[in-house]
Design a protein around this ligand. Structure first.
Ligand SMILES: Cc1cc2nc3c(=O)[nH]c(=O)nc-3n(C[C@H](O)[C@H](O)[C@H](O)COP(=O)(O)OP(=O)(O)OC[C@H]3O[C@@H](n4cnc5c(N)ncnc54)[C@H](O)[C@@H]3O)c2cc1C
Length: 410
């Protein structure tokens, strides 16, 4: 009997590839017309765009491994840059290509506009949390954690707050310090220098994983059903029944808000955070000094240079921008960019439930459910990380490994 994977985002893709690669027959159900879920390409106004800007890090090992497995070469598909945080107000943290931890130490010490006192205090703080294994005695908000550490100066506004919002999509006053510490552990705090590298996609998101994975699966006789929303899930002792069809096991790899209608026992009560991407087309010669810039605008947080004058501004987390109509939001962001040139075209893409809100003490469900043949995958089930592609991929692989044992016995 086949194993069913419900949801063709990066978690579901990872699960389907893991199962197929181990010789287990798979049916992958995806409600949308394309694979990729929240990290997918979309076709609008005759252009291929991404539904949101995704920044990957060298620390995303499972994701990079999965890409290689389906024939997508990360060396070709990403620009690799040593981490740089640069903003419009002149702040710059650039990590040189030195072995860790000298890269971070040098980056901090050479950062302009930060007092020596603050640099040294920050270097000590980083060293202390490293010695503590990035484990906090209790989970508190990132704001409270930074206050306790005396991180109240330039680095807070220009480094920690933007990094927290980018990584957790949750403002520092509400974000979990433990999840932020986990992100720091595997990036800035990693002993592997390459983990801190920024990986900026050279191609649209479909080409990074969803499209090559779809081809890879189909070439190996996986049954990939696009535009196929699962309506009903029932389970017996010897099988799982999906819309009347029998399977050995099922992996639910949907976003958390979609689990309740399929398997109410696994419902969560998360709050969510939105993200808007505002694409602005300027003349082809317009370029940013670095492809990722912290805008520090009233609304806009980051801007990504997509090449040929196309800039993608990112607004994350709840705020009064949500009430602005698309045209007004685009005009406001163009004003914040202040390039002295009007945008010839714009498009706003809003994801109202882009990610779960990564709050202190947030409860994360296990991969195993109350039914031995039903497993959960998805970014929200990987409790070490906030909502990330890497968490999604790791969760999918883990669910596949657990489902295989049951499926083999069926
Ligand atoms: C705008 C934006 C920017 C982001 N930026 C970053 C970033 O920079 N770095 C990073 O690491 N992460 C980022 N993320 C988070 C990342 O995209 C997610 O963590 C990841 O894509 C989640 O994957 P998933 O497979 O767990 O869930 P999803 O991608 O939500 O996949 C679930 C899939 O299940 C399908 N589905 C739901 N119900 C059914 C059903 N009944 N039957 C069949 N199919 C169903 C859905 O259509 C969907 O395709 C960002 C997210 C957004 C939205």
């Amino acid at each position: 009997m086949r194993t069913a994977v419900i949801g063709g985002g990066w978690a579901g893709i990872a699960a389907a590839v893991e199962l197929t690669g181990s010789g287990h027959p798979v049916t992958l159900f995806e409600a949308g017309r394309l694979l990729g879920g929240r990290a997918r390409s979309i076709y609008l106004d005759g252009r291929t765009l991404d539904n949101g800007q995704h920044i990957l890090l060298g620390a995303y090992r499972d994701t990079l491994d999965l890409m290689r497995r389906v024939g997508a070469d990360p060396e070709q598909l990403f620009e690799h840059h040593p981490l740089q945080v640069i903003d419009r107000q002149g702040f710059r943290l650039s990590l040189p290509k030195l072995p860790a931890p000298f890269n971070l130490a040098w980056g901090l010490l050479s950062s302009p506009g930060v007092s020596w006192r603050e640099k040294i205090r920050t270097a000590w703080w980083m060293e202390r949390i490293k010695r503590q294994g990035f484990r906090l005695p209790r989970d508190i908000s990132v704001a409270a954690w930074l206050d306790e550490a005396g991180q109240t100066g330039t680095l807070r506004r220009h480094l920690w707050e933007p990094l927290c919002l980018a990584a957790l999509n949750t403002p520092v006053t509400q974000a979990s310090a433990q999840l932020f510490a986990n992100v720091l552990r595997d990036s800035l705090g990693s002993p592997r220098r390459q983990d801190t590298d920024l990986l900026l996609p050279r191609v649209d998101f479909g080409q990074l994983l969803p499209e090559p994975a779809g081809r890879w699966l189909q070439a190996r006789n996986a049954d990939v059903r696009l535009g196929c929303r699962v309506r009903q899930l029932a389970a017996d002792t010897d099988c799982v029944v999906i819309d009347g069809e029998r399977f050995a096991a099922a992996i639910l790899a949907t976003a958390p808000q979609h689990v309740a209608s399929l398997w109410p026992a696994c419902a969560t009560d998360y709050a969510f955070e939105p993200i808007a991407t505002i694409y602005l087309q300027f003349s082809a010669t317009t370029a940013l000094p670095f492809p990722l810039l912290n805008l520090l605008g009233r609304h806009g947080q980051w801007v990504v240079d997509r090449g040929n004058g196309l800039l993608a501004c990112v607004v994350s987390g709840h705020g009064d921008w949500e009430a602005l109509p698309d045209d007004e939001l685009a005009t406001t962001l163009a004003g914040e960019l202040d390039l002295g040139e009007a945008a010839a075209w714009h498009k706003v893409i809003r994801e109202k439930r882009a990610t779960f809100s990564a709050r202190p003490g947030i409860r994360r469900p296990a991969c195993r459910t109350s039914h031995p043949r039903i497993f959960l995958a998805g970014d929200y089930t990987w409790d070490d990380y906030p909502a990330t592609l890497e968490g999604a991929v790791r969760s999918g692989r883990r669910a596949a490994r657990q489902a295989m044992a049951i499926a083999s016995a069926a």
